[in-house]
Design a protein around this ligand. Sequence first.
Ligand SMILES: [Zn+2]
Length: 114
Amino acid sequence: MGEFVALKRKGPRFLGLCPFHNEKTPSFNVSPNLGIYKCFGCGEAGDAITFLTKHEHLSYVEALRSFDRALEIDPHCMEAWANRANALQLAGRGPEAEEARERARALGYKGTFI
Ligand SMILES: [Zn+2]
């Protein structure tokens, strides 16, 4: 998400100006460990897939491609595998989603899946 919104580190979180509404004081929070975001100004919240589909106006299939690209760069990125699993699930590709979930878990991913 850092490549779309300018974020400043604040403890374990990142804070920045919300891309979903106009504001002068940053209220857009990102928790990279959890892979989620939340804006305390407009209430917009979600995970990496929601962010890509809402902010970048990508379809799940396009979001999936962006996670594939991330995995080409780093095939050991558990977040990318987890995001890929969720995108596959949303795209109705269950067996592939399960495969991606297993890869994410094998790399130590402890978060939840869709
Ligand atoms: Zn907002």
